[in-house]
Write a protein of this length. Sequence first.
Length: 431
Amino acid sequence: MEKDHDHNDILDDLVSCFLDEFLKLGIEKDGSIPPIKFEQVSFSHPVVINYTSGTTGLPKPLVHGTGALISVSNGFFINCDTDRDSAWLSVSPVGWASWTIFAGLHFLGQELVIYEGSPYYLTPTNMWDLLAKHKVTHTYIPPSVVDEFQKRDYLPSKSHDLSSLKLILSGGSVVKPNNYDFMKKIIPHVLFANSYGGTETMGVCIATEMSLPAFKTEINAPCLGTCMEVLDESGNPVVGELGEIVISKPLPSLCLGLWGDEDGSIFREKYFSKYKGIFAMGDYGIINPITKNWRIVCRSDETLKQRGCRFGSSEIYNVVDTFPEVRDSVCVSQYNKELDERAILFLKMRDGYKFNEDLVSRMRTAIAQKLTVRHVPDVIIETREIPYNLNDKKMEIIVKKIINKLPYNSDTVVNPGSLQYYYEVPELQGL
C-alpha cells in the first residue's frame, strides 16, 4: 500500500503548508513579530489562482490580480443595496469562485456567516435556522440547492424570523422558472434574483440592480463599466436572438491568464479565438428586446440544433421540471454520419414513479406547447443516473461525447458509475 504523505512530507514539497506553519513564518527567533511591510505592485500582479468548475473538461487554473477586489465592490456594493450592516451567507464550497468572491466582501466591511457541512443534510431546516439566527440580509443559493429544497420539501417554518432578508441571489448555472416560483411561494417578501459572472471575472458581470424592475428568469443590468454583448456566429451584436455572451472591451477584473501557460497561447485559444480581440465567456444568452434584460440559456457547447432550430438545454429542463414524476434530466445532441443533429432527452424518474409512453406523450405535448414542435426531442428515454461534477453541475458534454462515441475525460465526474448508462443505448444505435 502506498504511504500517505505526512505533515513534513507536504512541507518539504515547498508548494504548500499548513496554516500554523504559515503563521509561524512571521515570528522572529526571539518571539517578536515585526511590523507588516507593504509593497506596491502593479495592478496586474498575480494575487490568487481559482479553478473553473470543469464542466467542459479538466478545471482551468485562472490567475487573477487585484482586480478581483474591484469586481466585488462593483457587483455587490453598488447593485445589491448593501452597507456595513449587511450580513452575507453563501451556499458554496471552498473550491468555487464564489467562495473567493464572497470572502472579498470583508473589503467592504461586511459580515460573513460561515457554516460547516451541507445546507440540507444536517437537518431539514438547517439553512433557514442559520439565516434567522444570524440576521442574514443577503444570501447566495445556487439553483441546484433550490431544487433540492423543493424536492425534499425543506421549508422555513412560521417560527423562522427572516425579516432581515433583503435579497436571495442565485447563479452559477441556469436559474429555472420553477426556482423563482418556489422561492416566491415560501418567502414572498424577499426578492429572489439571478446573477451572471464566473471564475474568469472573479465576480458578477450582469447583476441584479435593486433600483430597477426585475423580471422572472432575467437579469436586469450589466455591472458598471462592463461592456457585455451577445454575438451571433458571424460576430455581430444581436438582440432577441440566441448568441454567445462576450466581454467586448477591457475589464479590470478579468483574469490575467492560466497558471503554467507561459506564452499565453492556451489562454488566447480558449477565450479569444472565436472572436478576435473579444473575450468569449463560453455561454449562450438572449437580450430581451422589450425589457433589455438578460437571460442566460446554457454553455455554448451545450446548445442543440434540431430541425434547424437552435436552443439551449435549459429550455427543455424548464418544461421537464414541471413534471412531478421526474427527478432529474439531461438533454444532449446526437449526430449521424452526415452530422445531422437530433436531441436526446434522458429522464431519471422519482422514486415511486415509472417511465412509460403516457409520460413521454404528455412531455412531448408540453414541450411543443411551451416552446415549439421543433424543440421536441426526437428520442426521450429513461436513465438510472446523471453525471455531475464536484461543483454539482450536470456533465452534459460527457454524455454527449459518450453517445457520439467520442473520447472524453471523466476525471471531474463525482459519480463516474453513472456513465455506464450511456454506453451502447439500444434506442440510439443505427443512426
